[in-house]
Design a protein. Structure first.
Length: 295
């Protein structure tokens, strides 16, 4: 039995994401993730503005006036949402934790998929695969996915993106779209598994970060709990040299991560939790749609 507060939260997410998808995302999603091909549907009379490449010359010759072929898009896409539920997601200094933000983003993407009649699957991971729901269609299925994201309690605390990608590749032998949602704080190497997965699948990393993680500021002496190791670390954030060292380290790690994706021509989204996440995702989709139109 799902607790009432979780049911309310699911309903709230559903209402919000449904509006966002309808008003801002549905068209962008459809234009980026087009189907595998086109199926011939029928012929009709040519109208000014139609693409002359679609003219059916045999019918045109028989009817003595131009006719064009009409097609329907063969979609049947499979979307996998891969969510990091390790303990680092508990952290948050704004209106929610990183994990709550990841759940909202995952929900929005799931609703976008079912609005386009696509299959949606879910992988929840820590340093092991915590939960796998095979791709299916339908609103009931998506609501179950959202419920699992919000209520599932992981057994392990740490992170392994490498294990998540290896499992994803093992259960998806045909091309899919995969949104990999994480803070990407992972000391393990995942270059090889990312490269292997990216050969067949459309991998879209979504990096979710708290502003304090990206840019430490002066706050006095602060006790930080590492939720993945349960270690408590006291840091004097008034120490300017320490803050400079930390911020420099984060900047360096971010460049390494960006270069990792760039090397494989992987486009990614970065979410700053102090800003509305929908703007970053819509901007990413519009940018990608624009690139596709230019090809």
């Amino acid at each position: 039995m799902i607790p009432k507060e979780i049911i309310k939260k699911i309903r709230k997410i559903e209402i919000y994401t449904n509006r966002v998808v309808t008003e801002q995302l549905a068209g962008q999603y459809h234009s980026i993730f087009k189907g595998k091909g086109l199926n011939f549907r029928d012929v009709r009379k040519y109208m000014p503005g139609d693409d002359i490449r679609d003219i059916d010359w045999k019918v045109t010759a028989r009817m003595q006036e131009p006719y064009i072929r009409e097609y329907t898009e063969e979609r049947e896409l499979t979307v996998n949402i891969i969510v990091d539920i390790s303990s680092s997601g508990i952290f948050g200094t704004v209106d929610s934790s990183k994990f709550e933000r990841m759940a909202e983003i995952a929900s929005m993407l799931a609703f976008s998929a079912i609005k386009n009649n696509d299959k949606v699957g879910l992988i929840l991971f820590s340093d092991k695969i915590e939960k796998y729901i095979p791709p299916k269609k339908g609103k009931k299925h998506v609501l179950n996915i959202i419920s699992q994201i919000l209520t599932f309690k992981p057994e392990n605390n740490k992170t392994s993106i490498d294990n998540a990608l290896k499992f994803f590749a093992s259960v998806n032998k045909k091309s899919t779209v995969a949104f990999l949602i994480s803070d990407f704080f992972d000391d393990n190497d995942f270059d090889k598994s990312l490269k292997v997965s990216n050969r067949l699948h459309d991998i879209i990393p979504i990096i979710v970060r708290d502003p304090i993680e990206e840019n430490m500021i002066q706050m006095g002496v602060v006790n930080f709990l590492d939720p993945e190791t349960d270690e408590i670390i006291s840091i004097n954030t008034n120490d300017k040299s320490l803050i400079k060292k930390y911020n420099s380290h984060i900047e360096s790690e971010n460049k390494k991560l960006a270069n990792k994706f760039k090397k494989l021509s992987i486009e990614y989204v970065k979410i700053d939790m102090s800003k509305p996440y929908i703007e970053a995702i819509v901007y990413f989709f519009k940018k990608r749609a624009s690139k596709k139109r230019r090809r």
